[in-house]
Design a binder for this molecule. Structure first.
Ligand code: ASP
Length: 340
């Protein structure tokens, strides 16, 4: 029997056409193009159903409410299909892939998020290849994860970052090896999978929460940071230097961070570097963070840390529990350090 794949088409460059203002989503267009791709009609391909969202989004307009809609769409169709493809713009694809990995607890079927840098309407494009391979993987490989497929690599969704605005190899998962590579053969690294113990899928919807990110830079002012960290902010990903450092000679800044932590703000330190982990004990300029109550995000991407906070706050955990759980691996997003 032919495998069945459900496609949630949320928007993105992949199905855009050229308008006077530049590329924009065109309802019905991608579906029509796909009907004309002979390979997609081949008996060797899974059958697919495509659900075109209304409106189709440039993913710059993606929201947590839309993440809930996508997760719900997958859950509603979970038992009728072998796998799922989410067609999405590249700009916020890593955020959506991260969010879905926390929302879809107990996932035991592949959810492959993909899109393209060049729309399918262009003669030379990466849309066709990404689409065909994502459907093939979703239908034929029993991968229990939310993945991102792009540029011949299958990556763990919550480890991904968009690394290029104009190359076809637009994504990477710098702190985790690819779950699969696509060359002459499709090779899946089964040893790297995050297997679920639960048999049943559960959706954890994200509620309205005030969460943000803040990047440290030379000359950052304490009064600016103080304004950003004010209520109603509940959690913030602090993008620190290197192994988790901030200007520790800026006493006013340290005081602001300490006060915010005491008042219950969850501050998680991630690194501005693409590779490697935060280690708050490595330098004096990092140890101060631990002292004032900032917690380590280890090797999590900002995208993963941000969406994980949405997830934990939405589940109603108390601040202390959230601080603890942010440092524990939940969906393959973090490599716990072995150091005591
Ligand atoms: N702005 C587009 C989007 O994210 C870019 C893309 O799809 O590649 O929807």
């Amino acid at each position: 029997m032919r495998k069945r794949v459900y496609i949630a088409y949320t928007g993105g460059t992949i199905g855009m056409t050229l308008s006077k203002e530049g590329y924009s989503p065109a309802p019905g267009y991608l579906k029509m193009q796909m009907e004309n791709i002979l390979e997609l009609q081949s008996g060797m391909m899974p059958e697919y159903t495509i659900n075109e969202y209304n409106p189709l989004l440039d993913s710059a307009n993606m929201t947590p409410e839309m993440w809930v809609a996508i997760a719900q769409d997958i859950a509603d169709n979970y038992h009728g299909y072998d796998g799922f493809v989410v067609l999405h713009g590249t700009d916020t694809m890593a955020y959506t892939a991260s969010a879905l990995s926390f929302m879809l607890e107990g996932l035991n079927k592949p959810v492959i998020v993909t899109g393209s840098q060049i729309p399918i309407c262009e003669v030379r494009n990466d849309a066709r290849g990404n689409l065909i391979t994502a459907i093939l993987i979703a239908g034929n490989y029993n991968i229990p994860e939310v993945c991102l497929y792009f540029g011949d690599r299958l990556l763990r969704g919550n480890r991904t970052v968009k690394v290029s605005a104009d190359e076809l190899d637009a994504f990477n998962s710098p702190n985790y090896a690819p779950l699969g590579t696509v060359g002459v053969d499709i090779k899946i690294n089964w040893d790297l999978m995050h297997w679920n113990k639960n048999e049943k899928i559960t959706i954890h919807e994200f509620a309205q929460h005030s969460i943000g990110t803040l990047r440290i830079f030379p000359g950052i002012r304490a009064d600016v940071v103080e304004n950003i960290l004010k209520p109603p902010l509940e959690g913030v990903v602090l993008e620190t230097y290197g192994a988790g450092n901030i200007p520790d000679q800026n006493e006013a800044l340290i005081e602001v961070l300490q006060k915010a932590c005491e008042q219950g703000l969850v501050i998680v330190a991630c690194t501005q570097c693409l590779r490697g982990t935060v280690d708050l004990g490595a330098y004096q300029a990092g140890a101060v963070l631990e002292k004032v109550g900032v917690i380590s995000g280890f090797d999590m991407t900002t995208e993963a840390a941000l969406t994980k906070m949405y997830y934990l706050f939405s589940r109603g955990y108390k601040v202390e529990e959230i601080r603890k759980l942010m440092q524990i691996n939940i969906a393959g997003e973090l490599t716990p350090t072995t150091k005591e």
